[in-house]
Design a protein around this ligand. Structure first.
Ligand code: NI
Length: 559
């Protein structure tokens, strides 16, 4: 990663740690304060084009390939919008199994996001090397009653591993960070605790993937969802499979409670000043579509739309208010590619109000930009009095001496994700009980029978789903029993939207305005804010210009 800097602009490209297709440019004044920001998706997505002319029943398997991380989310999104197009109601068991797969993915995504894609914006490996293992065992209990693997031997083992990494000169995953930056504020022991959880989370990732695969056949890219239900009947009826799933989720809950949430409390304490200053707050517009049946009419997540943090007036989500514009994205009015080159100094063309600067299209809700994701879900559900979520939020706020408004910040966005992980773990156990109840009463249906030949030849369908990173929209139009048009708005599309002719900043851009960048060559503050949204640019990627034209040159520096 390096920074192309002209007089006023700092350019970071790529900005994401693994999926490197996001670029950020910020304009700073003489004091290093960000005055304007542009975020840009740097590769073109082409799955929608591939889907045209295909059998709608195949949409799921192809749409799942939009992303290697959010595979199950797009798989389900596509299947659900096709079911909506044909008004197919799926059996309860199929819905529960889809939810069990989705919930395991929420936990996996959230844990991987924090530890492997974001924690090194807070924790400094070079400082952790100076830690004292015994002192660390006394630090960890300040944030949880029962800290995860909190022993001198464990921390010494981690220190030995880190030292070996450094001595070999191969930092591996710990390369490419701004080590020693003044914005790293954790003590050596606090750094060691978080880095030790980073390593534990690598193992965690393997285990929880198995939970998705139990009902999905495999992961990534599960295969068990079909239009009308699921194919994992044998797994559902096998008590051992259910037990395996529950065992993995119990272990996951331990890690979430004793490591992940505890680390959020630790970071909330150290970065209290930033939280209280509202660093990383966007415009306070939030959108949730809600979902996941809990009991009767109750849902795990409430739906709602809020403007400017006005939680006294939460509107019901209305799908007809969703629009998507391309005026400042590299498409023309017919959705054809319309790429414009960079300026001569390598910066994006953003001078004029209609300059195009991103492959990401511009979704709007009722003409406004909105933030979606765990923070939106937690805040909307909390203010709508969702009792399952409220107690977890209140406990976190009490333990950290923070207010609910403090969650609308960079650190708070991460805290919301950890809080959400914990209540999802609780919800999973209730969901499994419901499944067992159904089976006990001989309800073993997993597929709604239909005759495709007798279904309408022309129809339209939509799916609005809450997935780990936020609201996912899949839209399908069928003509002559083939897909005529397909459109996807991924969570990152909402949060990383470019400005449109309306000039409105999306959540990423808005959150950057007014922050102070201490070192122009090492803009750690910018990385932290963008990473807190959990960008998944892979969801906005897939085909490079077929003429082989270079769309972007990556500047990745390795140590
Ligand atoms: Ni993705």
């Amino acid at each position: 990663m390096s920074n192309l800097a002209n007089k006023k602009k700092i350019v970071i490209d790529p900005i994401t740690r693994i999926e490197g297709h996001l670029r950020a440019e910020v304009e700073v004044d003489d004091n290093g304060i960000v005055q304007e920001a542009w975020v840009s998706g740097q590769l073109f997505r082409g799955i929608e084009t591939i889907l045209k002319g295909r059998d709608p029943r195949d949409a799921g398997l192809m749409a799942g390939r939009i992303c290697g991380v959010c595979t199950n989310s797009h798989f389900r999104g596509a299947i659900t919008c096709v079911e909506d197009a044909y008004s197919i109601e799926i059996p309860k068991n199929a819905d529960i199994i889809r939810d069990l797969m989705a919930m395991a993915l929420f936990i996996q995504d959230h844990v991987v996001h924090f530890y492997h894609l974001h924690s090194l914006d807070f924790a400094d490996v070079t400082s952790a090397l100076k830690a004292d293992a015994k002192t660390a065992t006394k630090e960890a209990p300040k944030y949880t009653k029962n800290p995860y693997r909190n022993s001198v031997a464990h921390y010494e083992n981690v220190l030995a591993k880190l030292t070996k990494f450094v001595e070999s000169g191969k930092l591996g995953p710990f390369a490419n960070a701004y080590w020693g930056h003044c914005e790293y504020r954790l003590s050596p022991e606090q750094n060691l605790i978080i880095i030790s959880h980073y390593l534990d989370a690598l193992k965690f990732q393997t285990e929880i993937s198995k939970a998705v695969a139990i009902f999905g056949g495999k992961t990534p890219h599960p295969q068990s969802l079909v239009v009308g239900g699921v194919t994992s009947v044998a797994d559902m009826l096998n008590p051992q499979r259910l037990n395996d799933y529950l065992f993995i989720m119990k272990e996951a809950k331990e890690f979430v409670e004793r490591a992940y949430l505890a680390d959020m409390k630790l970071i909330s304490k150290v970065y209290r000043g930033e939280i209280k200053a509202g660093i990383g707050r966007a415009n306070g517009n939030f959108m949730c579509v809600g979902g996941y049946e809990f009991e009767g009419e109750r849902r795990l997540f409430c739906n709602g739309v809020v403007y400017g943090h006005d939680f006294a007036n939460i509107e019901e989500f209305d799908p007809s208010k969703v629009t998507e514009e391309v005026d400042r994205a590299w498409y023309d009015e017919n959705d054809e590619i319309c790429y414009t080159d960079l300026n001569e100094d390598g910066t994006l063309k953003t001078e004029k109000n209609d300059d195009k600067y991103s492959w990401i299209k511009a979704p709007r809700y009722d003409g406004k930009t909105v933030e979606t994701g765990p923070l939106a879900r937690v805040l909307v559900s909390y203010h709508k009095g969702n009792d399952l979520i409220k107690s977890f939020v209140d406990e976190f706020l009490k333990d950290t001496d923070l207010d609910v408004m403090d969650l609308s910040t960079t650190v708070g966005r991460n805290a919301a994700r950890a809080i959400e992980s914990l209540y999802i773990c609780e919800y999973i156990f209730k969901l499994v009980s419901r499944l067992i109840q159904n089976i006990k009463y001989y309800d073993t249906d997993t597929w709604a029978k239909y005759d495709f030949e007798k279904l309408p030849k022309s129809t339209k369908g939509a799916a609005f789903l809450e997935v780990p990173r936020g609201v996912l929209v899949h839209l399908v139009e069928v003509d002559d029993a083939k897909i005529k048009n397909y459109s996807v708005m991924a969570p990152t599309t909402w949060n990383a939207t470019p400005k449109n002719l309306d000039g409105l900043r999306g959540a990423y851009e808005e959150a950057l305005i007014g922050i102070s960048v201490a070192d122009r060559e090492k803009p750690l503050e910018v990385l932290r804010i963008i990473h807190s949204f959990d960008p998944c640019l892979a969801c906005a990627v897939h085909i490079i210009d077929t003429k082989g034209k270079e769309l972007s040159r990556y500047k990745i520096k390795t140590i």
